[in-house]
Design a protein around this ligand. Structure first.
Ligand SMILES: C[S@@+](CC[C@H](N)C(=O)[O-])C[C@H]1O[C@@H](n2cnc3c(N)ncnc32)[C@H](O)[C@@H]1O
Length: 252
């Protein structure tokens, strides 16, 4: 495996673990409903599992999860948070473009905000290889719904101004990753939800993005300070109500 694959996120693993939100319950209900697969007892491969946000949620619903993640630091957070629970999770350092798994072992192959890091063709061929005949592919992205709140649109615009590598809703040409064109789609769905989060946790989430990891530490600190100042003006009590939406694509 190419050991550089996980480096971007390994640099921000603590912020990722502390700051990123989980996915809403509605998303898991939609996955079961659309695929016809009961998560309880299913075998699910979580590709690009990161610190294990999806892994933990699938396990809590009774799935047998195989978490595949190239980043050693991200994987370390994932395994440390799983200790003692059940069902057991298999956590493997690996590449989603060359899954370290036998053919036909899984009911689900899931990419939780990870597919855009993989080769669009090879990754899906790998997913098909490891899936059982009635298995399904799931792609999901947890996104700020900036059009729903002026303060959030302004927050995203400040990011777009300050971060050369920014890629998000403040850019005209931005769109969700084209996973739905990579396989036979059962359905795409947008699932709205609201995240209540303290300003400091929200700023940790900001620091966990790959585009922030590309800034110098001084530039990242300056941007976080600026965002904190603006957010405190808007939410003096320190808790944000963030309009979110999950983009979910499910297919075979
Ligand atoms: C935005 S994070 C998503 C983590 C997690 N799935 C979640 O929902 O929070 C993207 C993850 O994809 C991983 N990744 C990058 N390239 C990969 C590859 N070729 N194969 C598998 N995972 C990869 C990164 O290391 C990172 O942990």
């Amino acid at each position: 495996m190419n050991r550089d694959l996980g480096r971007v996120f390994d640099r921000v693993a603590d912020a990722y673990d502390a700051g990123r939100p989980s996915y809403p319950d509605e998303m898991y209900r939609a996955v079961s409903e659309l695929t016809g697969i009961d998560l309880d007892g299913a075998t699910a491969v979580d590709v690009g599992a990161g610190t294990g946000i999806l892994t933990r949620a699938l396990r809590a619903r009774g799935s047998h999860v195989i978490a595949v993640e190239p980043g050693a630091e991200m994987l370390a957070r994932l395994t440390s948070r799983l200790a003692g629970g059940s069902p057991a999770v298999a956590a493997v350092q690996g590449d989603g473009n060359a899954l370290p798994l036998a053919d036909g072992v899984a009911d689900l192959v899931a990419y939780a905000q990870s597919w855009h890091w993989l080769d669009p063709v090879v990754s899906i061929a790998e997913a098909r290889r490891v899936l059982r005949p009635r298995g399904a592919i799931v792609g999901c992205w947890n996104l700020h719904h900036a059009a729903q709140a002026e303060w959030l649109a302004a927050y995203e615009s400040r990011l777009a101004e300050a971060v050369p590598a920014y890629w998000g809703p403040a850019m005209e040409q931005w769109s969700v990753p084209p996973i739905a064109s990579a396989f036979e789609v059962i359905e795409e769905r947008w699932i709205p939800w609201t995240r209540l989060v303290g300003i400091e946790d929200f700023l940790l989430d900001l620091r966990s993005h790959s585009y922030m990891a590309a800034l110098s530490p001084e530039a990242a600190d300056a941007l976080v300070d600026r965002q904190r100042t603006e957010l405190r003006k808007e939410f003096p009590e320190g808790v944000l109500s963030v309009p979110m939406r999950v983009y979910l694509a499910v297919g075979r």
